[in-house]
Design a binder for this molecule. Sequence first.
Ligand SMILES: Cc1cc2nc3c(=O)[nH]c(=O)nc-3n(C[C@H](O)[C@H](O)[C@H](O)COP(=O)(O)OP(=O)(O)OC[C@H]3O[C@@H](n4cnc5c(N)ncnc54)[C@H](O)[C@@H]3O)c2cc1C
Length: 511
Amino acid sequence: MSRDRRAIVVGAGSNGLVCAIHLARAGLDVTVLEHSPRPGGACSSVEATLPGFVHDHCAGFNPMTVASPAIGELNLEAEGLRWVHPEMIMAHPFEDGMAIALHHGLDATVASLDAAAPGAGRAWRQLIEQYLPHAQRLVEAVLGPLPPVGAAIVLAAALRRDALLLARRMAGSVEAFGLDVFDGAAGPTAWMAGSAQHSGLPPSTAGSGAFGFLLQLVAHSHGWPFPAGGQGRIADALLAIATREGVRVRCGAHVDRVLVRGGRVAGVVLRSGEEIAARDVVTTISARPLLALLPDDALPRRLMRRLRIWRYATAAFKIDYALRAPVPWTAPEGREAAVVHVAGGLPELAAAAEAGARGEVPERPALVVGQHTLQDGTRAPAGQHTLYCYAHVPARYACGDDDIAARIESQLERFAPGFSESILARAIRNPRQTEEENPSLVGGDLAGGSYELDQQLIFRPAPELCRHRTPLHGLYVTGASVHPGGAVHGMGGRSAARTLLADRRLRPWRA
Ligand SMILES: Cc1cc2nc3c(=O)[nH]c(=O)nc-3n(C[C@H](O)[C@H](O)[C@H](O)COP(=O)(O)OP(=O)(O)OC[C@H]3O[C@@H](n4cnc5c(N)ncnc54)[C@H](O)[C@@H]3O)c2cc1C
């Protein structure tokens, strides 16, 4: 092994911090370089509207975080992190004032489904009872390094012929998955498709079935919790561990170039012109900005091209509200659920997603709404509330931000008449601002690249890169553009660190 123990991690998001902790625990001298003035990346919270109102900047809910072995083994709770676990996880209201709720408990979910569409509850119970015992293993198969041979064999042995059925349904669209399970019932299918919209994939797109099903299965197995006090508490806990391990985290340090000398990585150059030498560099930024850091001949031409043509999905147009009162949803479930999917029926949900994908701002955007303060009083002054809200829009659009905000607010008014009267303040974040703050979120895409099937698994972002090594010695890649993709799970960070340590013949830390 070389005696040069210096390693650089580009980006202090959840993957960067997890990666740095693993490298430091194996004895490397680690510096994390972060563009933004604060660590956390897409896992942070800020007082965006008024003093005392804490808003989650990007990620708002943490099903994959609590299911992730990479996060679990770090024991963030010992750093003071406290999870809030809502029992009523999500409500999906419809135009007629009814709603279907997803509870942590299966019985309550079944009752809600049956009230909306008789028989739908029984179908859901059958599906969930079959896969619930395998939920953790499924998550590990999806988030683990490729190929997930061990997990796949165990799952196949446990599920037998039903493993193939599940694989087919997950590879298909969430619309097909829902219509199949619920025997053609549109309401429950829309309820399931609402969860798939977190991925940015329209409900008729192949592969969206996996997102809708997994998120809702994990609701029953692990919940969709969030940290008391804001997402920033996750970053704080990771930062505390990293610092204790001797990791240096430098914020306001934008990496402009990866230095290549003698055919291998030699360090990085910051925007300020400062050169920082290191034997290894792990980048956590998404595919296109990564390309901009590399000399033209750093990677084989076909790989450089792959990064250049990497496709980003629609943008998240975010509005955070400070409210004087809770949202007056027509459906009682809306007044209790931590998450509300505002879209209505399946045709409307599909129309909103397809308009965004075509480059148009939807007339009636589908919304992911978060009501953290119903359960977490630490995020707002007593009796007042925050509201987390985003819609998928194209990265570029001709209308003004206020037009989009007006469409979002008229959607909220449709399902919660009188909502606007409770607004104390609002903070809009458009796709351009999102990218300025975090250059990895190109065009405001929350996923670091579309989740269509040709950008998944070994194609995320390319067969040669999906296991974090690159053909350029000393350069490793992870983050949302690399398998296993986005969400606050840190699995990519851990697995990139393990790859690097294997190349250095260093023993990785294991819990
Ligand atoms: C609106 C929105 C909602 C989301 N909702 C959820 C959710 O509810 N649950 C969930 O689990 N996930 C959610 N996600 C996704 C999740 O937040 C991300 O996938 C995850 O945080 C990515 O972690 P990361 O460490 O790979 O990247 P990031 O957190 O994006 O970190 C990358 C870091 O690199 C920095 N950087 C970029 N370029 C440079 C450079 N040249 N030099 C130095 N630093 C640089 C950035 O500033 C950033 O801090 C959401 C994302 C968004 C945007």
